[in-house]
Design a protein around this ligand. Structure first.
Ligand code: FES
Length: 573
């Protein structure tokens, strides 16, 4: 056997002619691989989050075959491996609890195996940041490939979006304007093809972040999962990762500060999810890029939103793809981007989007006539959120962006569920709903419960939005005047823990202010009475609660921040 490239990382396993080399090759050969597969050609790991419990990623075994086709065409040797899959709709208490655990799985699986480059198969919300974070902590040449959104949902002659439609219709049932039978019928109409949520929710947002960071081939964000062009993209990704290894372009050469600034601006232009804030802060931490929560406001909040997609707008991801997809949006905001940022296809962002066409100005608007002005994430500060909180003004009600109201406090999500439908609940539409103990340590895992449903007696008046404040996250498919990620969280002893029924809270988004109108002496008295919740006593939840950082830092585990590279570990036998 001749060795093509003895310096290749994988050759530390397969390039030896001794007992260990025998062991590494021989057991692989039980899968039928011929000897020349081990001759030093790039070995490409295909990191797969396929799982029948993650329906958004249910087609990934098929997608992996197209990646393999491309890898073989380019002279590489593909090896697919599974990692922990995080299904947003099934996993309890919340998929976010396991984002960091999955990232550890990815990191150690890459580092510990004979891999020279990686393709990340990502789809459902947390699978994207988990894989990106894990790969970033290794630093090998890496390309992201998203699974693509579902086709438009179709119900009674209308389009319905995954997630957004659920929140809307469940409120209609609670308000008595939709029957339970119709609600049940909509289940099979909303999600009718393979793929992830078809709104600009967290999955589509994160697929767009991967593309705007330069970590995926152009068009990755929007091609529907059911469109044959998704498989073509997979094949091209397989070809390109082999070249990326040959060119030794590692992930840290793509994930620069400029790339993150591009992503923040793109997130605003697409009306992206607030979850991107937490995930990109954590990802930046893995590659040592100094990114702060405040950067989201300073870089992105003056940006216009160009994309008329649910949950902020009307259309869905399928429409977005036919209109030109993310390249068309990025071309429109090109003067605001770092056009010389390098991408995984070997060209700059500017080169990739230079001729990107837009085919539908109803879906993708222009900067001159945007869908919404000032659409990025606003970062709020004040005595209720000393380290910050976020709100997505484009998804909020304009008349509530400056609001003062009486707090109605729920100590936990169970407390909320127990009382929200009660006629006895002392609440009206001017109140501020406050939910505690749903942050990183409190839930644990920072669940997507911040968009609390409104009380039925208020919905029945035709009112659909109220100011809500919590330390939780919100589904990217949700909407409303919802203040999220309040930091420090209640369970960590943040001021949110001290709010009581009847306190006045002032929200002033233009002034970036979130203020609890209780004097310092009274807050101190309450702090002395506060009792910290009992932490989990064993297992991963214990590790997580002891080490998770607060939301404004990205909620990564403190010992995972940074990277360890991909040096070959010592031999196993
Ligand atoms: Fe998987 Fe929305 S539930 S992307």
């Amino acid at each position: 056997m001749t060795t093509k490239n003895p310096k290749r990382r994988s050759q530390a396993w397969f390039g030896k002619q001794d007992r260990d080399g025998f062991v590494h090759r021989s057991w692989m050969k039980n899968q039928g691989y011929p000897s020349d597969e081990f001759d030093g050609r790039p070995i490409i790991g295909i990191c797969n989050t396929w799982s029948e419990l993650t329906p958004c990623n249910g087609h990934f075994r098929e997608l992996a075959e197209f990646v393999k086709r491309g890898v073989y065409e380019a002279g590489g040797f593909p090896l697919e491996f599974p990692v922990m899959s995080l299904g947003e709709t099934q996993l309890r208490p919340t998929a976010m609890l396991f984002r960091n655990l999955a990232s550890m799985d990815v990191e150690e699986s890459i580092r510990g195996n004979p891999i020279d480059g990686v393709v990340l198969l990502m789809g459902c919300d947390k699978t994207t940041p988990a894989l990106m974070m894990g790969a970033a902590s290794c630093g090998l040449p890496t390309i992201g490939l998203s699974g693509g959104p579902m086709l438009n949902g179709k119900f009674h002659g209308k389009d319905i979006g995954s997630g957004t439609g659920v929140w809307m219709m469940s409120e209609m049932v609670r308000a008595g304007v939709m029957s339970q039978d119709e609600f049940t019928e909509a289940e099979s109409c909303m999600n009718r093809s393979k793929g992830h949520c078809n709104t600009m929710g967290t999955a589509s947002t994160m697929a767009s972040m991967v593309e705007s960071l330069g970590m995926a081939l152009p068009e990755n964000a929007a091609i529907p999962a059911a469109d044959s062009r998704r498989n073509r993209l997979a094949q091209l990704t397989g070809r390109r990762i082999v070249q990326l290894v040959e060119e030794d372009i590692s992930i840290d050469k793509i994930l620069t500060r400029e790339a993150f600034e591009n992503a923040i601006r793109v997130n605003a232009a697409i009306g992206g999810s607030t979850n991107a804030v937490i995930h990109l802060l954590a990802l930046a931490g893995r590659v040592g890029i100094p990114l702060r929560l405040e950067d989201w406001d300073e870089i992105g909040s003056k940006m216009p939103c160009l994309v008329n997609l649910q949950p902020s707008g009307h259309f869905l991801m399928e429409d977005f793809y036919y209109a030109g997809g993310l390249p068309a949006v990025m071309r429109e905001i090109a003067p605001l981007l770092h056009l010389d940022a390098m991408t995984v296809n070997g060209r700059t962002i500017g080169e990739n989007i230079a001729k990107a066409p837009c085919y539908n100005r109803e879906v993708i608007k222009t900067v001159e006539e945007p869908f919404k002005e000032h659409a990025g994430i606003a970062v709020l500060k004040g005595n209720l959120a000393p380290d910050g909180a976020v709100i997505k003004p484009s998804a909020a009600s304009p008349h509530l962006l400056q609001h003062r109201g009486r707090a109605v406090v729920f100590e936990s999500i169970e407390d909320f569920h127990a009382r929200i439908d009660s006629d006895d609940l002392d609440i009206d539409e001017t109140c501020v709903m406050v939910l505690k103990n749903c942050g990183p340590r409190g839930y644990p895992g920072m669940a997507e419960v911040g968009n609390m449903p409104l009380p039925p007696k208020i919905l029945q008046k035709g009112i659909t939005d109220m100011v809500r404040v919590s330390d939780a996250r919100m589904s990217g498919t949700a909407y409303g005047t919802v203040v999220l990620h309040t930091s420090p969280e209640a369970s960590a002893g943040g001021p949110l823990a001290l709010v009581r029924d009847g306190d006045m809270i002032e929200l002033d988004v233009p002034a970036r202010r979130l203020h609890l109108e209780v004097d310092a002496a009274e807050l101190q008295r309450r702090r002395e009475q506060w009792v910290a919740p009992q932490p989990p006593v064993r297992g991963y939840a214990k590790l997580y609660v002891e080490h998770v950082q607060q939301a404004h830092l990205g909620a990564d585990l403190d010992f995972l921040v940074g990277n360890s590279g991909a040096a070959v570990p010592r031999d196993s036998h």
